[in-house]
Every structure is written in C-alpha cells, then in structure tokens.
Ligand binder design. Structure first.
Ligand SMILES: [Zn+2]
Length: 43
C-alpha cells in the first residue's frame, strides 16, 4: 500500500509502506523522505 508523504520542500514522495519506516523519494527535489511518524526518542 503506497502512501503519499509531504517533503520538506512541499513536494510529494511516494512510499510503499509507511509502517515499515521506509524511505521514498520526493518527486520535486528528489530528496529522500521517510514515511511514517518519526517519533522522537524520549530523553
Ligand atoms: Zn522535496
């Protein structure tokens, strides 16, 4: 199941599986974009 992820540049990246924390590529700037919710580690 592909998921659309918004890049920091405002473009859209397609990631196949957001739950797998995979990295897609932005179609606008071609930068790697990680899918899912990058939960920050608790200090
Ligand atoms: Zn981008």
């Amino acid at each position: 199941m592909a998921t659309k992820v918004t890049c920091t540049c405002g473009g859209t990246a397609i990631v196949k599986n957001e739950f797998a924390a995979q990295i897609g590529q932005c179609h606008a700037c071609r930068s790697p974009v990680m899918a899912g919710d990058p939960s920050p580690a608790s200090p």
